[in-house]
Every structure is written in C-alpha cells, then in structure tokens.
Design a protein around this ligand. Structure first.
Ligand code: ADP
Ligand code: MG
Length: 248
C-alpha cells in the first residue's frame, strides 16, 4: 500500500454518524490529497473530532464512504490494522506511558506492532526524537518534561511508525500558551517535508501559513472550504464570519 500522487490520502463522501438520536455528522464530504495539509476548524461540538476519528474507524460511521489511500475502511474485509499502521494520530492529551522513558515510549509500538528488532527501533526512535528537537530527553520519564515537550514526544512516537499521513486533533489546546509555538514549529517542519496532514486546530495563524486547504465545519456539515487566506478574508456564510471574528 504505497501512497501515489493520484490516489487521495483520505476521501470521504456522504459521511453520517449519530450518537443515539444526536446526528453529529450530517453528510460530510472531505478530501485530503497526498502531501496536502488540511486544517479543520469550527465551534466546539461541530463534529471535528468525530470526523477525524472516523478516518481510522476509532468511530464507526453510520453511512457514507471512507477511503484511505483508496482502501474502503468500512468494508468488513479490509485489514484495519494494516490501514491504521499507515496513519499517525496525535491528540490533545499526549497519552505517553508514564512508567516508560521517552525512548521506550517511542520503541514500544515499533516492537509490538511492526515487530522491529530493538536496535532498529532504537535507531528510528532516536532519529525521530532528533526531528522534534528532543534527543537530550531520550532517557527521561514523561513527567519530567513540559507539556509542549511531551506533545513533541507524542509526535515523534507517531512518526516512528513511518506513517503515510498524520492526523492531529487539537494538539496544542491543552498547552500553556508559551509552549504552543514549539509544537506548531515541529508540525510546520513536517508539512515542509511533504507529510500529508489533517489538523483540527484553533490556531488560525498556523492554518493560514501552513495549510493548503481550510475546512470550516459547523453543526455536523462542512460549511466552507478553500485556500485558507481566501476563506479567512472572504467567508461566504454568516456562521463562518461569526466564528472567524471570535477566534482571530
Ligand atoms: P468537536 O470535536 O467539533 O468539538 P465532537 O466530534 O467531539 O465535536 O462532538 C460532536 C458532538 O458529538 C457533540 O455534541 C458531542 O457531545 C457528541 N459526541 C462526541 N462523542 C460522543 C460519544 N462518544 N458519545 C456520545 N456523544 C458524543
Ligand atoms: Mg474535538
């Protein structure tokens, strides 16, 4: 399963998802091309996390089509583990293992999921710690690190699995303001390297500067999408205008 330029990384059509009687996604079409950075913004409760979680079936959709690198992930025949291994995920909460060192956190899934030997897993882990500027923290435990450093470790851990794409769900929302910049800088360098990224965020500056496409969601639908600078300068809907006025 190799990503090629003409197969989108993520292609979603008509996605519907309800929790009980609460319809959270009401027919969402969404696309991330290979090598693209797409930022998803919108008010709390608009369905952003649910959309992201449907991509690798952390949530089961009720209707619609979800293709990841052309593979239908709602098809019961699909080898979900194999698709999931292509997708790195980073959440608001870093979910590092507190009893393991940074290096051990980065090696664990490489060993258990990818069955890499210890030497290779360590080499890959150290390369990715270098990538996020935290080589010196390899032998520390997560609790000794700042929130921003922990999030960069979480990013390095995801990268250590050599994913084809990275999904971020509000990666800087839990951080003190002075720590946000370092995490965004790492994400920016990833984008510059050509990583395919779907980023749910409230960081409009990041979206404007780094994203190829900005998607504004409200009430379980995509209300507007386009080139970030254009969407931000000329929102077509009252809902988007009101939202951008609040988060700017
Ligand atoms: P956002 O990420 O845009 O804030 P979410 O996708 O988290 O939005 O949530 C959209 C709606 O779905 C909210 O009304 C939320 O309460 C509801 N919701 C999300 N997850 C669950 C769940 N596991 N069970 C029930 N309701 C949920
Ligand atoms: Mg959310």
């Amino acid at each position: 399963m190799t990503a090629s330029a003409d197969v989108p990384a993520i292609e979603i059509q008509g996605l519907r998802k309800s929790y009980g009687s609460n319809e959270v996604l009401k027919g969402v079409d969404f696309r991330v091309g290979s090598g693209e950075v797409v930022c998803v913004v919108g008010p709390s409760g608009s369905g952003k996390s649910t959309l992201l979680r449907c991509v690798n079936r952390l949530e089961d959709a009720d209707d619609g089509q979800i293709l990841v690198e052309g593979i239908d992930i709602r098809d019961p025949e699909t080898d979900l583990d194999r698709v999931r291994a292509r997708i790195g995920m980073v959440f608001q909460q870093f979910n590092l293992f507190p009893h393991l060192t940074v290096l051990e956190n980065l090696m664990l899934a490489q060993r258990t999921v990818l069955r890499r030997g210890a030497a290779e897993a360590k080499k890959v882990a150290l390369e990715n710690l270098e990538r996020v500027g935290l080589s010196v923290k390899a032998d520390q435990h997560p609790a000794k690190l700042s929130g921003g450093q922990q999030q960069r470790v979480a990013i390095a851990r995801a990268l250590s699995m050599n994913p084809d794409m990275m999904l971020f769900d509000e990666p800087t929302s839990a951080l003190d303001p002075e720590l946000v910049g370092d995490v965004l800088a790492v994400m920016k360098s990833l984008a510059a390297e050509g990583m395919t990224m779907m980023v749910v965020t409230h960081e409009m500056g990041f979206a404007r500067e780094v994203a190829d496409k900005l998607v504004f969601m409200d009430g379980g639908v995509v209300v507007e999408e386009g080139i970030p600078s254009e969407v931000l300068a000329r929102p077509q809907s009252e809902r988007a205008r009101a939202f951008f006025a609040r988060v700017h």
